[in-house]
Design a protein around this ligand. Structure first.
Ligand code: CO
Length: 147
């Protein structure tokens, strides 16, 4: 495994729409391993492809003991709402309140291409929304009224 450099806002790479992953090979697994290591090293709870310069639809999320890798994730169901503080490894030293669904269901693939789904609420649902936004070039403060 290896640490990757995290791209910092403003940078056009963070604003691009990512393409789907089509090849599920060892290179993808290695990239996801590197992203997990980079996220943990930076003390973050999530990291998306564009943040390490990869414009593909991939993200990793770790909240306490819960770890998940998203390949080609799509939010298929949203329920309720929550407002809470968010920050981003690509926007160092900043934070603001963001409104998100309280519960989301995500369809995604694992690193081998297997189709999966997951439902989460609260902080993990917030992390899912934040990371999946990155894949469409959206940063969390885009949702804030206190920009
Ligand atoms: Co972020």
């Amino acid at each position: 495994m290896a640490l990757r450099d995290i791209i910092v806002d403003p940078n056009p790479t963070l604003r691009k729409k990512c393409r789907p992953v089509e090849v599920f090979d060892e290179k993808l697994g290695k990239l996801l391993d590197d992203m997990r290591e980079t996220m943990i090293h930076a003390d973050g709870v999530g990291l998306a492809g564009p943040q390490v310069g990869i414009l593909r639809r991939i993200a990793v999320i770790q909240v306490d003991d819960f770890y998940i890798e998203f390949v080609n994730p799509e939010i298929v169901k949203r329920k309720g709402s929550q407002v809470g503080p968010e920050a981003c490894l690509s926007v160092p030293g900043k934070s603001c309140e963001v409104k998100r669904p309280n519960e989301v269901t995500v369809y995604y693939q694992d690193r081998y291409g297997k189709e999966m789904s997951v439902t989460a609420e609260g902080f993990i649902a917030r992390a899912f929304c934040h990371e999946i936004d990155h894949l469409d070039g959206v940063l969390y403060y885009d949702h804030s009224s206190q920009k």
